[in-house]
Design a protein around this ligand. Structure first.
Ligand SMILES: NC(=O)c1ccc[n+]([C@@H]2O[C@H](COP(=O)([O-])OP(=O)(O)OC[C@H]3O[C@@H](n4cnc5c(N)ncnc54)[C@H](OP(=O)(O)O)[C@@H]3O)[C@@H](O)[C@H]2O)c1
Length: 277
């Protein structure tokens, strides 16, 4: 585990923890990456330059495999145009691919390879924390537009499993080598989630449903602080009717669940567990 010198993060005693200067300098990174087969980055994607330093150090240290800090939505052009964070992720992903190709030119299977895991929004975390805009304790939700737009989403454990599955595959496996993989626990709509929340409610209570257009939400976001604006821009990628900006991973048959051997998950039982246990 790599952590910053001034970090307050706590790790289990069984984990070997290495410290690095807060600025993540390439020379220090190269030193700690040397001898590592794989690097998994879960750094904030707020800076493309930080992501690029990770790539430079991984190449310099001879790391064989890098899983970059994606772990979110598809960062297609349409999505990146709406969410600047995704534009930075896409820029970092292009850089990673370029640097990996340089290594590839030295011979098949040589140099750095990468696999990016896109999982949509975290479902269990997003529902429990209120990030997906369902207030479980008050039974309140705002449904945007029709509420029928479908979006792919993953439980956090599934994302971890996807990482492990990628690491277990041979480096030269064409199904995962230098690829963006889209995975999801399920593809849902706002209305479907609401219906199940009401169905599993042991007190049989109905939810208080407000409605808002995605245009109005995006307009309001212009006056919101940075974190709220980011959230609305991301949520409207999933929830807004109209042009699909890549939130439904099933629509273009690009879901990699089968490629990775991820097990099927049941939406109702996940929601039931979150609400009732
Ligand atoms: N799909 C979803 O719903 C979803 C939700 C949240 C996040 N994500 C994605 O998951 C990834 C990680 O996000 P996160 O929210 O977990 O990130 P985060 O908490 O902001 O940062 C992760 C770790 O990086 C280190 N860090 C923080 N700021 C740093 C900085 N400026 N420079 C260097 N290191 C820094 C910290 O570790 P130390 O203190 O140990 O150094 C921190 O615990 C991102 O790609 C993000 O987009 C996805």
């Amino acid at each position: 585990m790599l952590t910053r010198e001034t970090s307050k993060s706590k790790f289990p005693s069984s984990v070997r923890v290495l410290k690095i200067a807060d600025a993540y300098p390439v020379d220090e990174l190269t030193q700690v990456f040397t001898g590592q087969d794989a690097v998994i980055s879960a750094l904030p994607a707020s800076s493309a330059s930080l992501s690029k330093r990770i790539v430079d150090a991984a190449v310099a240290a001879g790391v064989k495999r890098l899983i970059p800090s994606e772990f979110g939505n598809n960062t297609s052009e349409a999505a990146a145009a709406q969410v600047p964070l995704y534009a930075r992720k896409a820029e970092a992903a292009r850089y990673l691919d370029e640097r990996a190709r340089e290594g590839g030119e030295r011979g098949e299977g040589k140099g750095l390879s990468w696999t990016a895991i896109h999982c949509g929004q975290f479902f269990d975390w997003g529902l429990e924390s209120g990030w997906l805009n369902y207030d479980l304790s008050r039974r309140e939700v705002t449904i945007y537009d029709s509420g029928d737009r479908r979006w792919s989403t993953s439980n956090i454990g599934t994302v971890g499993t996807a990482v492990v599955k990628v690491l277990s595959r041979p480096l030269d496996d064409a199904a995962i080598r230098n690829k963006h993989l889209l995975v999801s626990s399920f593809t849902v709509s706002q209305n479907e989630v609401l219906q199940l929340l009401e169905e599993v409610d042991r007190e049989g209570k109905k939810w208080d449903v407000k409605r808002l257009s995605s245009e109005a939400a995006l307009e309001d976001a212009k006056k919101a602080d940075e974190s709220e604006a980011l959230k609305v821009r991301v949520l409207m990628l999933l929830y807004a009717d109209g042009e699909d900006k890549g939130a439904n991973f099933e629509s273009d048959d690009r879901l990699a669940n089968e490629v990775l051997g991820l097990e099927k998950e049941d939406l109702r039982s996940v929601i039931d567990k979150l609400v009732n246990y």
